[in-house]
Ligand binder design. Sequence first.
Ligand SMILES: [Zn+2]
Length: 200
Amino acid sequence: LLKLNDILAILHETGHALHNLLSQTQYGLLHGTGVCRDFVEIPSTVVEKIMTRPRVLQDISCHYAYISLEYTESWIKDQKNLDDAKAIALPEKKIPEALITRMLQKFRESATFMNNANIAGSLFDMAVHHPTNHLDLENMNLASEFNRIHKDIRLLDGLEELGHGMDYGHKFAHFQHLIGDSAAQYYAYVRCGNLSKCFN
Ligand SMILES: [Zn+2]
């Protein structure tokens, strides 16, 4: 079953796919997502906006009880486990409008939280890719740096409040964008996400 974030990810990657399919460029190296990082996330974040249209969400929705007879029986069995009622009506096939409204409201409320997480990620990305010299990088305490930046930007307390200092955890090790294509360019998500607000 797809969650709202899964739909967002599918739309985002569809934006990259369309960018690659529809680009007309003279040099293959610069084709589609080969464009500079400052622009590359704009088509994908523009396509993400489709998700904020309730009509689209309703059109693509389908309650799993309608997928097959097996799923229908499974859903009915689950309901009977919850409630001993004999006749159980199937749920609406399409997602109800009221539920979409609530989901999108939650999504908008968490947008600032996500944006702050991306800003913190961008600053950490810059910190590890732009040390003053090689020795500074070797001496950098990655966990402390990561936790300090996240605390400053996201205004959330961490384990330092329990007397552990800032050197705790290995969350930075899960930050895959630090290496590969996005190295020192993670800021593109924040930049392009804001620029794409010009498109409706
Ligand atoms: Zn992307």
